[in-house]
Design a protein around this ligand. Sequence first.
Ligand code: EPU
Length: 352
Amino acid sequence: MIEKNSSLKTFNSFSIDAHAHLLFHFQQLSQLPELLTLIKKMRSLNKPVLVLGGGSNTLFCNDFSGLVIKVELMGITQSEDELHHLLQVAAGENWHQLVKSTIQQEIYGLENLALIPGVVGAAPVQNIGAYGVEFKDVCVSVDYVDLIDGELKTLSNEDCLFAYRDSIFKGELKDRTLITSVSLKLPKQWQAHCRYGLLKDLDETEASVSALQIFDNVCRIRSEKLPDPRVLGNAGSFFKNPVVSANLAEQLLSHHAEMPNYPQADGMVKLAAGWLIDQCGLKGKTIGGAAVHKDQALVLINNGNATAQDVIQLAWFVREQVLQKFAVLLEHEVRFIDALGETNLQRVINNV
Ligand code: EPU
């Protein structure tokens, strides 16, 4: 189904009222030839094409002048081998519903990733992660349509080049893939992961800790700390946690001994963007209808009537304040989409 000049307000968790010139609801693989013809036409007219999942990590900076493809492919196939549960999940399935249904079926391994907004097809793109587990830990392979040659292809876990909030789909394959499904492998011999931060209270050495307990705890912590996008528009963590040199981390720690820091295998040190923003006194800071969340500084919210420009100005302000105070440049995790396709904060702000 194709819509013209369609509002994207309900298709982005920031609830920004941008419009798409064309909106294609991709619900069946059988629509692929029609979709590929349309993409070809858009390309010949020099119009941009955007693949949209749940819109939970997307900021529409203004109306989109090309074709938005809303991925709504559904279906889950389950099988098993001696040691694993195997799931093939279509890209349009809701991520949290998937996590919930596996737990209900006593298939464990996704519990740490509960309540992450968005759809399954978006999970590999930014290698979603929370509480010590990342998508890459459960992924076998990713199926996608190559939008350049129209072919259906599969990438193994290794070929996806997963890293912290990163993958080949944000790099070499950016703008040329439409993920159709993912294959997951969950060991029957379940292993708890609760060493991370707020899950530490559940002792993973204790045999009694269950996946359900972890699931419940993650849901509780996330509901307490992160605003529900259905109530208050937001896109989860707005910025990535910055990874800095050991030298800079040491200098910062000499002034701020309490600064959260996570040394990485390669010698670099990951810092907590939320803490850095919080230390700048920015919780609750408002520009127009956009605000830094009062409880979690890493989340920017739409107070109800924010324009994309409000959010952009606020993001820029936050970035500048952190840069001035800590000499750390925050990179946004949220995708900025302007009329002509994807862009970055620096470019957007230059055009404001
Ligand atoms: N902190 C503050 N003030 C704040 C926010 C955080 O001082 O306003 C401190 C916390 O006290 C803690 C540290 O910063 O010491 C880290 O905070 P937290 O454990 O809440 O995690 P985070 O770094 O803010 C990351 C992910 C989240 C994920 C959580 C849990 C990124 C960018 N964000 O947040 O992912 O749920 O860890 O694993 O990596 C998302 O990507 O949208 C997301 C929510």
